[in-house]
Design a protein around this ligand. Structure first.
Ligand code: FAD
Length: 397
């Protein structure tokens, strides 16, 4: 039996960052996550430690108090968190939602929010896009923000699956400011993608906002959010009114790539656990890992993880070269979510009954990684994107 560490293609330049992240994660072992899981509680101490170490501000430019790392730095951090058995889902959105403020926010908004997000004084963890009736069809969303005079908007509607809303100060909100089909003089919207606007909402300062947690199969702190004549100042608008969908879309590649990196980290955790258990557990007088029936699913999941990892790196390379790698970012997310799901399945199988026991953490991670087949974009929608935009097939929806 060979006890050498399992080889991965972790980018060498981030080895020191990974080492430091791993050290931080060692302070948050399985029992920490298990305890939170029982009561669906938020990992406040973990998020505080990540913030104080500067990791959550990895992408915020240095002039605003962040680390100013390229996207690959953030990907390395999130991947390592997952690889160590922790759950970056508690706070990862701050990394990519912040990008919308950075790219489209006014100088005043950037000065107001970014340094405070970097220092941890403010948390921007909530991203309100999905609604119960529109689902994947984002541009059909019904939440409205009506401009009243020069100084405010009034928001009405409902969001669903707004993760971490209870544990965030700020929410990035997508709402309709011009109804499709409204008469020309009021500003007719030809396409459903037009007429949506992005707002940064300071949830500590508003009335008419109700947040209700949804209990889910894993601990993700997701919520329903209701807006009942919620007034927000006019300067909450981020970017141009009516162009909010584009502003959000411009951050999607980064989001997909970062989630893909997390899935690669999960797949590595599962594979390491599978291998360790398969070497140690002896049945019929020999380690179960000596049986090809046990080896092959783990080996196949490992190969698929490595392929996904290459696609994550390719998407990062193109992104950092200033390109718009929609296809690669989507493929990275698809392949990595599949790889982590496969590795999770193989890990449960390798552990036999122990895979279902909470103390092994396998079942918890299994539940956690399953999400990425559906959110933030489902596998089917990625396949539709590839079919239409890469293969040139007719749009299916
Ligand atoms: C735990 C959790 C956290 C989340 N966090 C957030 C968050 O912070 N902010 C936020 O805005 N959203 C969040 N989401 C929402 C998430 O992005 C959506 O659940 C996801 O995009 C799918 O939308 P839906 O649930 O409405 O599914 P639906 O749109 O109802 O789709 C259901 C199924 O049908 C498939 N489908 C739909 N249309 C088509 C089609 N045309 N072709 C083929 N298949 C199709 C989908 O792929 C999916 O599998 C979260 C979701 C969960 C579960």
């Amino acid at each position: 039996m060979n006890d050498a560490p399992i080889r991965h293609d972790s980018q060498a330049q981030y080895a020191p960052v990974r080492e430091e992240v791993a050290k931080l994660c060692a302070g948050f072992p399985g029992e920490y996550w298990r305890k939170l899981d029982e009561t669906r509680a938020y990992p406040t101490e973990f998020v505080r430690a990540l913030t104080e170490s500067g990791y959550l501000a990895a992408l915020i430019p240095e002039e605003y108090g962040g680390a100013g790392l390229p996207l690959s730095g953030a990907a390395a951090i999130l991947e390592e968190i997952q690889r160590q058995g922790c759950n970056g889902g508690a706070c990862h959105a701050q990394m990519y939602t912040m990008g919308t403020v950075l790219r489209h926010g006014s100088p005043a908004q950037k000065q107001e929010y970014l340094p405070k997000i970097a220092s941890g004084e403010l948390r921007l963890q909530a991203f309100g896009v999905t609604e119960p009736t529109s689902g994947t069809d984002t541009t059909s969303l019904r939440t409205t923000a009506r401009r009243i005079g020069n100084d405010r908007y009034v928001v009405n509607g409902q969001k669903i699956w707004t993760s971490r809303a209870e544990h965030s100060d700020l929410m990035l909100l997508l709402a309709r400011t011009t109804p499709p089909g409204e008469v020309a003089k009021k500003g007719e919207v030809a396409k459903k993608t037009e007429g949506l606007s992005t707002f940064i909402v300071d949830m500590r300062k508003v009335r008419g906002l109700t947040i209700r947690p949804i209990r889910t199969m894993m601990n993700h702190n997701s919520c329903e959010v209701f807006f009942d004549n919620m007034e927000i100042p006019a300067d909450s608008l981020v970017g141009e009114e009516g162009k909010g969908f584009r502003h959000i879309l411009s951050g999607m590649n980064a989001e997909r790539i970062l989630i893909a990196a997390e899935c690669v980290g999960d797949a590595k955790w599962f594979t390491e656990r599978s291998v360790a258990h398969a070497k140690e557990r002896a049945v019929f007088g020999r380690p179960i890992g000596q049986n090809q029936g046990v080896q092959f699913p783990v080996a196949r999941a490992y190969a698929n993880m490595r392929a996904a990892e290459l696609m994550v790196h390719e998407a990062l390379r193109l992104y950092e070269a200033g390109q718009n790698p929609g296809a690669e970012a989507n493929m990275a997310k698809l392949l990595a979510a599949d790889a982590s799901n496969e590795a999770a399945n193989a890990c449960i199988q390798t552990h036999g009954g122990f895979g279902f026991a909470e103390e092994y953490d396998v079942e918890r991670k299994f539940r956690e990684t399953r999400l990425y087949q559906v959110a933030p974009i489902s596998t089917n929608l990625i396949l539709s994107y590839l079919a239409e935009h890469v293969l040139g097939l007719p749009r299916s929806y």
